[in-house]
Design a protein around this ligand. Structure first.
Ligand code: 3HC
Length: 311
């Protein structure tokens, strides 16, 4: 019966077993994973846009080559995750349509503008730093294709973070203008990065189910706290300030306590009214339109291949 299958499934999860595409799984588990993995993929693809904006204006050939390879990595992460989502029966076409029609979400962080080169440094350090904390956890998630994709992605993310933090350290130790630029970028990106981890646990409708099924093993607030603990130290190590007057180290808990997030801003951005939401979607729709000829050529090539085989 369905109950006994669900019971058996939960036992597999509780034993720390990995669920593979062909295994029986509750429909809800499948739906949750399609939602989470496809939106993760959308985040990677839209995530190319803020930094891509600076590839033609990188301050040196070395920085240009590093940024080029980072943005190409993000594209690859998107493709792994779309492929992993397909193992759950969600076609690439339908999840892409969901994004382009504005039905699907992607990470709020990519709806902020990249105003100076210092933003590229801070995105590498903070945004990829947040992604590492989140994805290191997801590398242990119960769904095989997802956790395996995360293992590969985490390796590339640590390079992304290192190159970002190297630039942050250099600018923080640079000319007064560079110091001002990098502090300004930290001021603009700090709070939106905290929002990447999602609403507080008590306001997170999906967390309980995802934890029960071993997809998430830490809550939004736990991940956010470890992000703050690590990155406050890294900021202070290079002489940068965190734009939070309530930030205070608690000797007891050994955690940095921090101020309240502006949840109106968060939901505003998630609902599509952030600073750059319209531009990001416009760029994605245009890119999809401009890529139509490639898809047609690939389909025609595949058709000819099939004809060849049938001869
Ligand atoms: N941006 C946009 N939407 C968000 C969000 C954010 N920062 N945080 C939460 N939401 C949405 C959720 O998607 C959910 O809406 P939905 O049910 O329509 O999908 C709603 O707000 C409620 O949030 P929940 O906490 O209940 O949702 P989750 O339990 O799924 O937690 C999450 C949200 C932490 C984003 C989780 O889905 C997750 O870990 N996803 C996988 C990782 C991911 O997507 N990371 C994106 C970062 S970009 C990145 O890593 C690329 C790197 O290279 C920079």
């Amino acid at each position: 019966s369905k109950e006994s299958k669900a019971q058996e499934f939960q036992e597999r999860i509780d034993n720390g077993e990995t669920i593979e595409p062909k295994d029986w799984m509750p429909e809800r588990y499948q739906k949750q994973l399609i939602r989470m993995m496809s939106q993760h993929a959308h985040s990677e693809v839209v995530g190319m846009l803020p930094e891509g904006n600076w590839i033609t204006r990188a301050p040196s050939l070395r920085r240009k080559m590093i940024l080029l390879s980072k943005v190409q990595d993000e594209a690859g992460h998107g493709l792994y995750l779309y492929s992993a989502t397909e193992t759950l029966g969600a076609s690439r076409q339908e999840v892409l349509d969901d994004l382009l029609n504005g039905r699907a979400k992607y990470s709020s962080i990519f709806n902020y503008p990249t105003l100076s080169w210092a933003d590229v440094a801070v995105i590498g350090w903070l945004v990829d730093g947040a992604a590492i904390i989140n994805q290191t956890m997801l590398a242990r998630s119960s769904y095989g294709p997802y956790s395996r994709a995360m293992v590969r992605i985490c390796k590339e993310e640590s390079f992304h973070k290192k190159q970002g933090y190297e630039m942050v350290a250099q600018m923080a130790d640079g000319t007064p203008e560079q110091q001002e630029m990098i502090q300004d970028a930290v001021d603009r990106w700090w709070w939106p990065t905290l929002m990447m981890f999602g609403p507080h646990d008590e306001d997170s409708p999906n967390s309980a189910e995802l934890i029960k099924w071993g997809v998430k093993s830490k809550t939004n607030d736990e991940l956010r706290q470890s992000f703050v603990d690590r990155h406050v130290q890294e900021a202070h190590a290079v002489g940068l300030e965190i734009p939070d007057p309530d930030l205070e180290y608690n000797e007891e808990t050994e955690h940095w306590e921090f101020g309240e997030i502006d949840w109106d801003e968060f939901w505003n951005v998630v609902r599509g009214n952030g600073p750059m939401n319209k531009e990001r979607m416009k760029t994605r729709r245009e890119a999809h339109e401009n890529g139509k000829w490639v898809r047609k050529a690939a389909e025609e090539y595949a058709r000819k291949q099939r004809l060849q085989k049938e001869k």
